[in-house]
Design a binder for this molecule. Structure first.
Ligand SMILES: [Zn+2]
Length: 228
């Protein structure tokens, strides 16, 4: 009996340990079996290095059930992951569509949101934030042939958060935003632009440091040229 209890106890502690991942940057109370600590560290280090920041530790939650996941946000079915930000704490929520093959990209994307909140405190305009998150988490480059055929927003600066954007198209918001970041990377020094923008408005530097006076005109030309 004693041995049986010991065995049950060991089994329980093993399964509990296998589920929690803890690093300097994150606590994942219910990480899936396929995820290893070293992988979490690798993705985190890459994003932290690019944005020159050590994350103040956050919680990362996994959801098996889509309905449980949708209870914690209001993006409906379109979101696969969500980052919640408040002064008190930031947390990342990974829905059931996050798996072994897309984890690095999706988790990396959310960590960009976390660092933008912790380090840049409002300096990154909302119309660039998703683009940066995609670009820095190494999402494949924008399909410019597709983008050139879309109704591009007349003023990209009026694009607000993707869930309520005025153009009603979430996919378009992400692609326009990412294309803008790809353009800034080409026409400006993106690393330095980010460095300059800590707690100052990044948008101000687009005209001065990057010398892009007419952002919307330059962007349309950029999209058309890339689509050729
Ligand atoms: Zn995002």
């Amino acid at each position: 009996m004693k041995y049986l209890l010991l065995f049950v106890f060991l089994l329980m502690s093993v399964s509990v340990q296998a589920k929690e991942i803890r690093t300097n940057a994150v606590i994942m109370p219910n990480a899936p079996k396929w995820l290893k600590r070293v992988r979490v560290d690798r993705v985190t280090s890459k994003i932290q290095y690019k944005l020159e920041w050590s994350i103040r530790r956050i919680k990362v939650h996994f959801y098996d059930s889509q309905s449980e996941f949708e209870k914690i946000h209001n993006f409906g079915k379109t979101a696969s992951a969500v980052t919640k930000k408040s002064k008190k704490e930031q947390s990342v929520h990974l829905g059931p569509l996050v798996n072994d093959s897309n984890f690095d990209r999706i988790f990396g994307h959310e960590l960009v949101h976390v660092i933008f909140y912790q380090k840049y405190t409002g300096a990154i305009p909302s119309w660039l934030e998703e683009g940066f998150a995609n670009f820095l988490s190494k999402k494949k480059p924008v399909d410019y042939k597709w983008l050139a055929k879309q109704d591009l927003p007349p003023d990209v600066r009026t694009m607000t958060r993707p869930c309520r954007n005025t153009y009603g198209n979430v996919k378009l918001h992400y692609r326009v935003s990412q294309a803008l970041v790809e353009m800034l990377d080409k026409k400006c020094d993106l690393e330095n632009l980010l460095r300059l923008s800590v707690q100052r408005k990044l948008d101000d530097y687009i005209g001065t440091y990057c010398e892009i006076k007419d952002l919307n005109g330059t962007f349309k030309q950029w999209v058309m040229a890339k689509a050729k």
